[in-house]
Design a protein around this ligand. Structure first.
Ligand SMILES: NC(=O)c1ccc[n+]([C@@H]2O[C@H](COP(=O)([O-])OP(=O)(O)OC[C@H]3O[C@@H](n4cnc5c(N)ncnc54)[C@H](O)[C@@H]3O)[C@@H](O)[C@H]2O)c1
Ligand SMILES: O=CCCC(=O)O
Length: 499
């Protein structure tokens, strides 16, 4: 097998081991799995195929580290997380290289992911010092009531390949800020960048056992089940598909674990007749084609009103024709490959199904084997309707299906006709339309006149089958804390004059 190693400034960030109790270790079972470059199919390296025994060691280390970590002040924890944030940015180039190598995304997107991931560490380093409680007026004058917030304990974090460090940082930041200790299970398709940020956590001063990382590919379901069934782990935070979210929820029933679930989407992207066309096109490129369509907030159903439909299609086709698909390391590349062959097959299936039912391909529509095994042309489909698979299933690929609509009521009903409700997008210049439609959409997030929805300051999460809980923002801390009520009785009442 050929191994190509892009050069890193700091080669020690490239490490194929588990990180347990402050040590980089192999799996107890001795097995490893291969990680390959999705653009070329070439071998990158190996990581431990961790077993339940490895995961148990990681949980034990996290449990042992919990009392000391939770006992630090929020300000002390915040300083460590702040240093981690700085180190991630200082090593942006190397981490971006690892992300592009294992995930395939274009270099510019990978560098953007590093900054995005770091922003969660920065945000939560600041929130750590602001874990307020309440003093509550009790009904009885001889009693006092206080409410304090405490860390939930050891957390199990399970993250996907599409943002291999950002989805981890969006969980690690608040968990560590709150005083929890964690076991992170990264995705077997993209484990190296997660390990790199764990190296930096250690350098930042995150104590031994506070952050543990286990890698696995085939053993992932077994480790997920173990985490859900462990009574030591008090919370699971998962980002991934609705299918796996359901499995984790049912496996967690016995231990009555808290769950944060950031699951799949099927985002409606609505362009009204009065929209600023250039803004709508820029928003479409950002929200549909980012990471070649592989984000959970990607526009999946683009509804364009009759009066602007033809102009929108013409302009979007012109812009998409300028995309440069290629290896993420090529500086000219704007869009990289999909993650694996199954993802390519799903995209092709959605295109074929739409065409079979009357859609027309305006541009793209085919695999690009001359570039590598996992490339697919950026694609625009027109004359798409609600019976096609692409209307009800998340494509997770570079296909923009453009539906036509006539009225506000009609598009609201069609947009809400989905089992999931994560992101949604609106383009109009009428404040009344924007207010009415944003209130009517069944979605956890609405973006108005922009294709960019995520920011560390803003709560991120969905409704319906898109999951539970919110990440980022001041609300993101709540998922890692629990309330404790402290009642003091028999306070002698003394009648004193007010000063
Ligand atoms: N809402 C969000 O924030 C968000 C973010 C990114 C991706 N997603 C969703 O993720 C999906 C795409 O990713 P995917 O197809 O790789 O999702 P997936 O659910 O198959 O995989 C996600 C993660 O779960 C792990 N996993 C798989 N089976 C498991 C099991 N039985 N127990 C424990 N872990 C298991 C995988 O190894 C991976 O790390 C899309 O639906 C997308 O919308 C959601
Ligand atoms: O893929 C899901 C998350 C990406 C984002 O927050 O923009």
């Amino acid at each position: 097998m050929v191994t190509t190693v892009p050069s890193l400034q700091d080669q020690s960030l490239f490490i194929g081991k588990n990180y347990i109790n402050g040590q980089w270790v192999d799996s107890c079972g001795g097995k490893t799995f291969n990680v390959t470059d999705p653009a070329t199919g070439l071998h990158i390296g190996t990581c431990p195929e961790s077993t339940v025994e490895d995961a148990q060691h990681a949980v034990d280390a996290a449990a042992a580290a919990f009392p000391a970590w939770r006992s630090k002040s929020g300000r002390e924890r915040g300083r460590v997380i702040r240093r981690w944030y700085e180190l991630v940015l200082e090593n942006k180039g190397d981490i971006a290289t690892l992300i592009t190598w294992e995930n395939g995304k274009a270099r510019v997107d990978a560098a953007g992911e590093v900054v995005f991931a770091a922003s969660f560490l920065e945000w939560f380093s600041e929130e750590a010092a602001r874990i307020y409680g309440d003093v509550v007026p009790h009904s009885n004058a001889q009693m006092r009531a206080q409410v304090i917030r405490e860390p939930v304990g050891v957390c199990g974090l399970i993250t996907p390949w599409n943002f291999p460090i950002a989805m981890a940082a969006r969980k690690l930041g608040p968990a560590l800020a709150a005083g929890c200790t964690v076991v992170l299970k990264t995705d077997g398709q993209a484990p190296f960048s997660g390990n790199a940020i764990a190296v930096l956590a250690e350098r930042a001063g995150v104590p031994r056992g506070v952050l543990n990382v286990v890698t696995a590919l085939e053993n992932t379901p077994a480790i997920g089940k173990f985490m859900c069934e462990s009574d030591t782990i008090r919370k699971i935070s998962f980002t991934g598909s609705t299918r796996v979210g359901r499995i984790l929820m049912s496996q967690s029933a016995h231990t009555l674990k808290g769950l944060s679930l950031e699951l799949g989407g099927n985002a409606p992207f609505i362009v009204f007749n009065d929209a600023d066309l250039d803004l709508a096109i820029a928003g479409t490129v950002a929200s549909k084609f980012k990471v070649s369509g592989q984000t959970c907030v990607c526009a999946n159903r683009i509804y364009v009103q009759d009066g602007i439909y033809d102009r929108y299609v013409a302009k979007l086709t012109e812009v998409v024709s300028s995309f440069k698909v290629g290896h993420g390391f090529d500086a000219a590349t704007s869009h990289g490959p999909l993650i694996h062959a199954a993802a390519v097959a799903k995209v092709q299936e959605h295109v074929d199904d739409a065409v079979k039912h009357g859609a027309r391909v305006a541009i793209g529509g085919r695999k690009m084997p001359s570039l590598g095994p996992n490339f697919f042309e950026p694609t625009i489909l027109i004359n798409v309707d609600d019976r096609m698979k692409i209307a009800s299933e998340e494509t997770f690929g570079p296909v923009a299906p453009i539906f036509r609509f006539s009225t506000e009521d009609e598009v609201i009903a069609r947009a809400n006709n989905a089992s999931v409700g994560l992101a949604s997008y609106l383009f109009s210049q009428d404040t009344g339309t924007l207010a009415r439609v944003s209130e009517a959409l069944q979605a956890g997030m609405v973006a108005i006149n922009t294709g960019v929805i995520s920011d560390a300051s803003a709560p991120f999460g969905g409704v319906k089958h898109s999951g539970l809980g919110r990440e980022g923002s001041r609300y993101g801390m709540e998922d890692y804390m629990q309330l404790k009520t402290i009642i003091t009785g028999n306070v002698k009442v003394v009648h004193r004059a007010q000063l």
